[in-house]
Design a protein around this ligand. Structure first.
Ligand code: FE2
Length: 239
Protein backbone atom coordinates (compact mmCIF):
# COMPACT_ATOMS: atom_id res chain seq x y z
CA UNK A 1 0.00 0.00 0.00
CA UNK A 2 1.15 3.59 -0.48
CA UNK A 3 3.33 5.03 2.26
CA UNK A 4 3.18 8.67 3.30
CA UNK A 5 5.49 10.72 5.49
CA UNK A 6 3.69 13.96 6.33
CA UNK A 7 5.91 16.99 6.79
CA UNK A 8 8.85 14.64 7.00
CA UNK A 9 11.27 17.49 6.56
CA UNK A 10 10.31 19.46 9.63
CA UNK A 11 12.24 22.30 11.19
CA UNK A 12 14.45 19.93 13.13
CA UNK A 13 15.79 18.38 9.99
CA UNK A 14 18.72 20.14 8.43
CA UNK A 15 18.69 20.65 4.68
CA UNK A 16 20.69 18.03 2.89
CA UNK A 17 22.59 18.32 -0.36
CA UNK A 18 21.54 15.91 -3.05
CA UNK A 19 25.05 14.46 -3.12
CA UNK A 20 24.42 12.96 0.33
CA UNK A 21 21.25 11.31 -0.92
CA UNK A 22 23.22 9.94 -3.85
CA UNK A 23 25.81 8.49 -1.44
CA UNK A 24 22.98 6.85 0.50
CA UNK A 25 21.45 5.33 -2.62
CA UNK A 26 24.81 4.18 -3.94
CA UNK A 27 25.67 2.42 -0.70
CA UNK A 28 22.30 0.73 -0.18
CA UNK A 29 21.23 -0.11 -3.71
CA UNK A 30 17.78 -1.77 -3.69
CA UNK A 31 17.45 -1.63 0.09
CA UNK A 32 17.04 2.16 -0.11
CA UNK A 33 13.46 1.64 -1.30
CA UNK A 34 13.13 -1.64 0.57
CA UNK A 35 14.17 -2.34 4.14
CA UNK A 36 15.60 1.20 4.54
CA UNK A 37 12.53 2.96 3.18
CA UNK A 38 11.97 5.22 6.22
CA UNK A 39 15.56 6.38 6.24
CA UNK A 40 15.45 7.18 2.54
CA UNK A 41 12.21 9.14 3.01
CA UNK A 42 13.80 11.26 5.73
CA UNK A 43 16.81 11.99 3.56
CA UNK A 44 14.68 12.86 0.55
CA UNK A 45 12.61 15.22 2.71
CA UNK A 46 15.80 16.93 3.85
CA UNK A 47 16.92 17.32 0.24
CA UNK A 48 13.59 19.05 -0.39
CA UNK A 49 14.61 21.61 2.23
CA UNK A 50 17.77 22.51 0.34
CA UNK A 51 16.73 25.67 -1.47
CA UNK A 52 19.82 25.45 -3.66
CA UNK A 53 18.98 21.96 -4.88
CA UNK A 54 17.25 22.93 -8.06
CA UNK A 55 19.36 25.88 -9.17
CA UNK A 56 22.63 24.00 -8.78
CA UNK A 57 21.28 20.95 -10.55
CA UNK A 58 19.38 22.65 -13.32
CA UNK A 59 22.14 25.10 -14.00
CA UNK A 60 24.39 22.12 -14.45
CA UNK A 61 27.00 23.14 -11.93
CA UNK A 62 27.72 19.51 -11.15
CA UNK A 63 25.75 17.65 -13.81
CA UNK A 64 26.02 17.67 -17.56
CA UNK A 65 23.04 19.79 -18.66
CA UNK A 66 22.76 17.75 -21.89
CA UNK A 67 21.71 14.80 -19.77
CA UNK A 68 19.10 16.65 -17.80
CA UNK A 69 16.27 17.00 -20.24
CA UNK A 70 14.88 13.64 -21.12
CA UNK A 71 11.32 13.35 -22.32
CA UNK A 72 10.02 16.88 -22.44
CA UNK A 73 10.22 20.25 -20.83
CA UNK A 74 8.81 19.33 -17.44
CA UNK A 75 11.10 16.45 -16.49
CA UNK A 76 14.77 16.71 -15.63
CA UNK A 77 17.15 13.96 -14.71
CA UNK A 78 19.22 15.14 -11.76
CA UNK A 79 21.26 11.98 -11.40
CA UNK A 80 21.23 8.46 -12.74
CA UNK A 81 23.11 5.25 -12.34
CA UNK A 82 22.51 1.75 -13.63
CA UNK A 83 20.34 1.09 -10.58
CA UNK A 84 18.28 4.22 -9.99
CA UNK A 85 17.25 7.62 -11.27
CA UNK A 86 16.60 10.91 -9.48
CA UNK A 87 14.24 13.18 -11.38
CA UNK A 88 12.82 16.63 -10.93
CA UNK A 89 9.30 17.06 -12.27
CA UNK A 90 7.49 20.35 -12.81
CA UNK A 91 3.71 19.99 -12.50
CA UNK A 92 1.68 22.65 -14.24
CA UNK A 93 -1.88 23.70 -13.35
CA UNK A 94 -3.09 23.06 -16.83
CA UNK A 95 -6.25 21.59 -18.23
CA UNK A 96 -7.05 20.14 -21.59
CA UNK A 97 -4.52 18.76 -24.00
CA UNK A 98 -1.53 19.25 -21.73
CA UNK A 99 -3.11 17.00 -19.13
CA UNK A 100 -2.04 14.05 -21.24
CA UNK A 101 1.60 14.83 -20.65
CA UNK A 102 1.04 14.56 -16.91
CA UNK A 103 -1.49 11.71 -16.89
CA UNK A 104 -3.73 13.97 -14.81
CA UNK A 105 -6.94 12.29 -13.64
CA UNK A 106 -6.01 8.89 -15.05
CA UNK A 107 -5.74 6.10 -12.46
CA UNK A 108 -2.69 3.95 -13.13
CA UNK A 109 -0.13 1.73 -11.47
CA UNK A 110 3.59 1.70 -12.13
CA UNK A 111 6.12 -0.87 -13.21
CA UNK A 112 8.74 0.69 -10.93
CA UNK A 113 8.97 1.69 -7.28
CA UNK A 114 8.65 5.44 -6.86
CA UNK A 115 9.43 7.72 -3.93
CA UNK A 116 8.63 11.39 -4.39
CA UNK A 117 8.75 14.57 -2.29
CA UNK A 118 7.16 17.98 -2.76
CA UNK A 119 9.77 20.70 -3.30
CA UNK A 120 7.93 23.90 -4.20
CA UNK A 121 4.36 24.97 -4.89
CA UNK A 122 1.24 23.58 -3.28
CA UNK A 123 1.83 20.15 -4.82
CA UNK A 124 -0.50 18.00 -6.82
CA UNK A 125 -3.38 16.11 -5.24
CA UNK A 126 -3.51 12.40 -5.80
CA UNK A 127 -6.08 9.75 -4.97
CA UNK A 128 -4.44 6.62 -3.64
CA UNK A 129 -5.55 3.01 -3.97
CA UNK A 130 -4.00 -0.42 -3.84
CA UNK A 131 -4.89 -3.85 -5.12
CA UNK A 132 -3.63 -7.35 -4.51
CA UNK A 133 -1.09 -7.44 -7.28
CA UNK A 134 1.67 -9.96 -7.52
CA UNK A 135 3.33 -8.62 -10.61
CA UNK A 136 1.10 -10.54 -12.98
CA UNK A 137 -0.65 -8.81 -15.80
CA UNK A 138 -4.36 -8.15 -15.45
CA UNK A 139 -6.71 -8.43 -18.40
CA UNK A 140 -8.45 -5.56 -20.09
CA UNK A 141 -11.96 -5.10 -18.64
CA UNK A 142 -11.00 -7.24 -15.64
CA UNK A 143 -12.43 -6.01 -12.35
CA UNK A 144 -10.20 -5.91 -9.30
CA UNK A 145 -10.94 -5.17 -5.67
CA UNK A 146 -9.21 -2.10 -4.39
CA UNK A 147 -8.44 -0.52 -1.06
CA UNK A 148 -8.91 3.21 -0.85
CA UNK A 149 -6.21 5.22 0.91
CA UNK A 150 -7.67 8.67 0.52
CA UNK A 151 -6.47 11.83 -1.15
CA UNK A 152 -2.97 13.13 -0.54
CA UNK A 153 -1.32 16.43 -1.43
CA UNK A 154 2.35 16.38 -2.27
CA UNK A 155 3.05 19.56 -0.32
CA UNK A 156 6.66 20.63 0.24
CA UNK A 157 8.44 18.25 2.59
CA UNK A 158 5.87 15.49 2.35
CA UNK A 159 6.99 12.17 0.92
CA UNK A 160 4.99 9.53 -0.94
CA UNK A 161 6.08 6.01 -1.84
CA UNK A 162 4.27 3.88 -4.40
CA UNK A 163 5.13 0.22 -4.93
CA UNK A 164 5.28 -1.32 -8.36
CA UNK A 165 2.46 -3.61 -9.32
CA UNK A 166 0.07 -2.99 -6.43
CA UNK A 167 -0.41 0.73 -5.81
CA UNK A 168 -2.65 2.88 -8.00
CA UNK A 169 -2.93 6.62 -8.08
CA UNK A 170 -4.76 9.32 -10.00
CA UNK A 171 -3.20 12.76 -9.93
CA UNK A 172 -5.00 16.06 -10.19
CA UNK A 173 -3.47 19.23 -11.53
CA UNK A 174 -2.12 21.50 -8.80
CA UNK A 175 -3.51 25.00 -8.37
CA UNK A 176 -0.06 26.46 -8.95
CA UNK A 177 3.16 25.35 -10.58
CA UNK A 178 4.68 22.75 -8.31
CA UNK A 179 7.93 20.86 -8.33
CA UNK A 180 8.66 17.40 -6.97
CA UNK A 181 11.82 15.34 -6.72
CA UNK A 182 11.55 11.63 -7.13
CA UNK A 183 13.65 8.51 -6.86
CA UNK A 184 12.96 5.60 -9.16
CA UNK A 185 14.71 2.34 -8.42
CA UNK A 186 14.94 -0.09 -11.29
CA UNK A 187 13.45 -3.44 -10.45
CA UNK A 188 14.96 -6.84 -11.10
CA UNK A 189 11.44 -8.03 -11.71
CA UNK A 190 9.24 -7.32 -14.69
CA UNK A 191 5.95 -5.63 -13.88
CA UNK A 192 3.07 -4.76 -16.15
CA UNK A 193 1.40 -1.36 -16.09
CA UNK A 194 -2.33 -0.80 -16.20
CA UNK A 195 -4.79 2.03 -16.51
CA UNK A 196 -7.90 1.75 -14.37
CA UNK A 197 -11.37 3.18 -14.07
CA UNK A 198 -12.18 3.53 -10.40
CA UNK A 199 -15.80 2.71 -9.65
CA UNK A 200 -17.40 5.48 -7.61
CA UNK A 201 -20.04 3.27 -6.00
CA UNK A 202 -17.90 0.32 -4.95
CA UNK A 203 -14.37 -0.66 -3.99
CA UNK A 204 -13.72 -1.96 -7.45
CA UNK A 205 -11.65 -0.82 -10.39
CA UNK A 206 -11.92 -1.89 -14.00
CA UNK A 207 -8.77 -2.32 -16.06
CA UNK A 208 -9.12 -0.06 -19.10
CA UNK A 209 -5.71 -0.72 -20.63
CA UNK A 210 -2.92 -3.23 -20.19
CA UNK A 211 0.48 -1.94 -21.13
CA UNK A 212 3.29 -4.20 -22.18
CA UNK A 213 5.21 -5.77 -19.35
CA UNK A 214 8.62 -4.21 -19.29
CA UNK A 215 11.75 -4.44 -17.32
CA UNK A 216 12.81 -0.97 -16.27
CA UNK A 217 16.57 -0.90 -16.10
CA UNK A 218 17.40 2.55 -17.34
CA UNK A 219 16.11 5.95 -18.27
CA UNK A 220 15.07 4.86 -21.76
CA UNK A 221 13.03 1.94 -20.41
CA UNK A 222 11.31 4.36 -18.09
CA UNK A 223 10.57 6.80 -20.86
CA UNK A 224 9.19 4.01 -23.03
CA UNK A 225 6.86 2.93 -20.22
CA UNK A 226 5.61 6.44 -19.60
CA UNK A 227 5.13 7.14 -23.29
CA UNK A 228 3.11 3.97 -23.63
CA UNK A 229 0.97 5.01 -20.69
CA UNK A 230 0.38 8.39 -22.29
CA UNK A 231 -0.60 6.80 -25.60
CA UNK A 232 -2.96 4.38 -23.89
CA UNK A 233 -4.47 7.20 -21.86
CA UNK A 234 -5.14 9.19 -25.03
CA UNK A 235 -6.70 6.16 -26.70
CA UNK A 236 -9.02 5.58 -23.76
CA UNK A 237 -10.06 9.17 -23.19
CA UNK A 238 -13.82 9.56 -23.23
CA UNK A 239 -15.02 11.42 -26.31
FE1 FE2 B 1 2.08 7.87 -11.68
Amino acid sequence: MPRIWQAAGDAKSAPLQISSLIDHLDSLAGAALGSRLDETAMLLARVAQDRDCIPSAVLGLSIDPKKMLVDNAHVFVLHQTERYLIRLVVWRPTTGVEDEAFLYEGAHDHNFDLMTVGYTGCGYLTDLYSYQGNGQSLSERETVSINRHGRFQLAPGTVLFLSAGCDIHAQHAPDEVSVSINIICYSKKTFPQHLFEIQSDSDLAVVTAVLASREVHNEQDLMNSLEEAHRARSAHQPP
